[in-house]
Design a protein around this ligand. Structure first.
Ligand code: 6PG
Length: 232
């Protein structure tokens, strides 16, 4: 677990933007999977304005989602909808390089279809598709992707995407553990004091951390960078 600490959420977001979008797209094709929720909103807003907007080679970016709520894209809960409003409507990424999860479809069907799509677009490392970059979020309960503590089995599910269920019962299409861990570059983007107890428990390897899906991911790869404003 590599800690990249910055003083403010904006500095964190700018660092994530450079590491996850600018540098990979300068190198060539960049297949990038983003998470949803509230944290990435600042990242997307900064990517949509100068200087970052011009620093990214948008023509080289293929964008995917780590997870999606099973709602229509126009629903306020939609991760795609949030990304479209804050980023996609403001940058010249080719439309056929934006690969949204169809939250309006049947969850099990969409998990299979999106697994196929990702399999068709990406190279494989053994059994799993390899993203160039995956940006993970961190839930206040230690979840990541939409793998929640009550569904730890998704950390070992072979199919690249499966159906997760949020604690409130909302179905999600979620990237599963082996595909997350197969990424060329894996990073967490987690800011705000609410993330502090989770991050500190994971960093201290406390017994309760083992219940966190994020802890499992961080224990299974040692080159994961955590971008945060939390003092650890
Ligand atoms: C989602 C996200 C989820 C998110 C965490 C953190 O669909 O909700 O992908 O995994 O990353 O819940 O959410 P916040 O950024 O809102 O704290």
């Amino acid at each position: 677990m590599i800690i990249n600490h910055y003083a403010t959420p904006e500095e964190v977001a700018r660092a994530v933007a450079k590491e996850a979008f600018v540098r990979p797209s300068e190198r060539g094709w960049a297949h990038i999977a983003v998470s949803g929720g509230s944290t990435p909103r600042l990242l997307f807003e900064l990517l949509a304005e100068e200087p970052l907007r011009s620093a990214v080679r948008w023509d080289k970016v293929h964008l995917y989602w780590v997870d999606e709520r099973c709602v229509p894209p126009t629903d306020p809960e939609s991760n795609y909808g949030m990304t479209k409003a804050t980023l996609l409507d403001h940058v010249p990424i080719p439309k056929d390089q934006v690969h949204r999860i169809a939250g309006e479809n049947d969850p099990e069907r969409e998990a299979k279809d999106y697994s196929w799509l990702v399999g068709a677009e990406l190279p494989f490392d053994g059994n799993y598709p390899v993203f160039d970059v995956i940006i993970l979020g961190l839930g206040d309960d230690g979840h990541t992707s939409s793998i929640f503590p009550h569904q730890m089995e998704l950390l070992k599910t072979e199919q690249p995407y499966a159906v997760g269920i949020s604690p409130k019962g909302q179905p999600r299409v979620a990237m599963t553990g082996p595909t997350i861990l197969a990424a060329r570059q894996l990073l967490f983007h987690a800011t705000g004091e609410k993330k502090a107890p989770i991050l500190r428990a994971i960093a201290a390897k406390t017994p309760e951390a083992k219940a966190y899906p994020a802890d499992y991911i961080l224990r299974h790869r040692h080159d994961i960078a955590v971008y945060t404003d939390v003092e650890l």
